[in-house]
Design a protein around this ligand. Structure first.
Ligand code: S3P
Length: 174
């Protein structure tokens, strides 16, 4: 990396289906870092799925919870943090991530995201349960500029989890 900033906290950002959780888990294991998944913390804290939270309380409330969860992370530890796909759309979240660590964008094409989301049984509340490509394209395009704030971007198309983990480790010299 270009500077000597502490590498204790690495944030994974990117669209739903870009592999943040699976890459994050594997990267954390290989570096002996904690693994934090903001969506899973929210679900545990609220005792509901993300879908239920958005349906019951609305997206704005969900976004406030995301910011709270992000700001309560113990950044004195070594953490790999897989973030919900919408986290970088909120300025406060961006400032926290920029201030506390490095941001890695797991970039994927609309086609590979579409394929991955269709394979997965998980319900993505903001995209719809029967994932339509048109919905993905619209949301995807509206997110590109925010994901671009990342310190680095890793293209994940046609790569498996191990390859992506190795690529990140190589970049960070770990
Ligand atoms: C969202 C992505 C989801 C989840 C929520 C909102 C988004 O996380 O946080 O449904 O706005 O893109 P994943 O990116 O892990 O699917």
């Amino acid at each position: 990396m270009e500077n000597k900033k502490d590498l204790s906290n690495l944030f994974l950002i990117g669209f739903s289906g870009s592999g943040k959780s699976s890459v994050g888990k594997s990267l954390a294991k290989s570096l002996s870092y904690n693994f934090i998944d903001t969506d899973r913390i929210i679900e545990i804290q609220k005792g509901k799925t993300i879908g239920e939270i958005i349906l019951d309380n609305g997206e704005d409330e969900f976004r406030k919870t995301e910011t709270k969860v992000l700001s309560e992370i113990d950044f004195s530890k070594n953490n790999i943090i897989a973030t919900g796909g919408g986290i970088p759309t909120i300025d406060k979240n961006l400032s926290i991530m920029q201030d506390k660590g490095f941001i890695i964008w797991l970039e994927a094409s609309v086609d590979s995201i579409f394929k991955r989301l269709n394979k997965s049984s998980e319900i993505r509340p903001l995209i719809g349960s029967n994932v339509k490509k048109e919905n993905i394209i619209n949301l995807f395009n509206s997110r590109l500029s925010v994901y671009n704030v990342a310190n680095i971007k890793i293209n994940t198309n046609e790569k498996d989890i191990n390859q992506i983990v190795m690529e990140i480790r190589k970049i960070y010299g770990k």
